[in-house]
Design a binder for this molecule. Structure first.
Ligand SMILES: O=C(CO)[C@H](O)[C@H](O)COP(=O)(O)O
Length: 235
């Protein structure tokens, strides 16, 4: 599986040109991209990156990839990031690694988002992977109830749990927030659910990435498949 992730990362790297400003995703697949990019940088490629997490920032520094911020530059050419699920419209569930907020800010600031994954992430309908919802700890009970109401209005339901870290304590995001993971099984209308969740006070961000991915590079036993989004970015 790790080989497939690296193959997808290598394929995305083929789209990177000298002088590009890149968003650097988070997770085990995106980490391969950062490592391969580092090799190219050491061979003379001139690029600059914006990391989507503290973990990726440290990886990029280790690999020698120069970094900047979205305060210093006004746009990114390409963001390359992984995903937890990808549907045929290239809508995504992200946030398995807890970096969804920065990942979405960076993807939205990019001309193109290339999603890299092994082909087990390709699904007909989103929802098998628990949907991460990043929340402010204050007033969590009220936020939870509002989220459950939004789920009901959007025709989905399922258990929701506060995410714990490997140490058994509550997982705290890079932004200092908590994550609720919702087991929804099938999200028939992800765009509607995304809009409903975004309207709830206390919800900082959610892991539904609608209309952000431009293409997906899927690596599987049969080789690599590149799927281009049919509609323009943002639709
Ligand atoms: O959204 C993410 C982190 O917040 C990751 O991109 C997603 O969890 C996929 O990770 P991996 O490449 O390790 O399977």
């Amino acid at each position: 599986m790790d080989q497939l992730k690296r193959q997808a990362a290598a394929r995305a790297l083929e789209d990177v040109r000298d002088g590009m400003q890149l968003g650097l995703g988070t997770g085990s697949t995106a980490k391969h991209f950062v490592e391969l990019l580092g090799e190219r940088v050491r061979a003379g490629l001139k690029v600059i990156g914006v990391p989507t997490s503290e973990a990726t920032r440290l990886d990029a520094i280790r690999c020698g990839v120069p970094l900047t911020t979205l305060d210093e530059i006004d746009h990114l050419d390409i963001t390359v990031d992984g995903a937890d699920e990808i549907d045929p419209e290239l809508n995504l569930i992200k946030g398995g690694g807890g970096a969804l907020l920065r990942e979405k800010i960076v993807a939205a600031a990019s001309d193109r988002m290339i999603v890299i994954a092994d082909d087990t992430k390709w699904v007909p309908t989103l929802g098998g992977f628990p949907l991460p919802v990043e929340v402010i700890p204050f007033g969590l009970g009220a936020t939870r109830r509002a989220i459950e109401k939004a789920f009901a209005e959007c025709g989905v339901s399922g258990q929701m749990a506060v995410r714990n870290g490997k140490d058994g304590h509550v997982f705290v995001t890079d932004g200092g927030h908590w994550i609720l993971d919702a087991q929804l099984e099938k999200i028939e209308d992800p765009a509607r659910l995304a809009t409903a969740l975004s309207a709830i006070p206390g919800v900082v961000e959610h892991g539904l990435f609608i209309g952000l991915a431009s293409s997906a590079v899927l690596a599987g036993g049969e080789g690599i498949r590149v799927i281009e989004r049919r509609k323009p970015k943002g639709d």
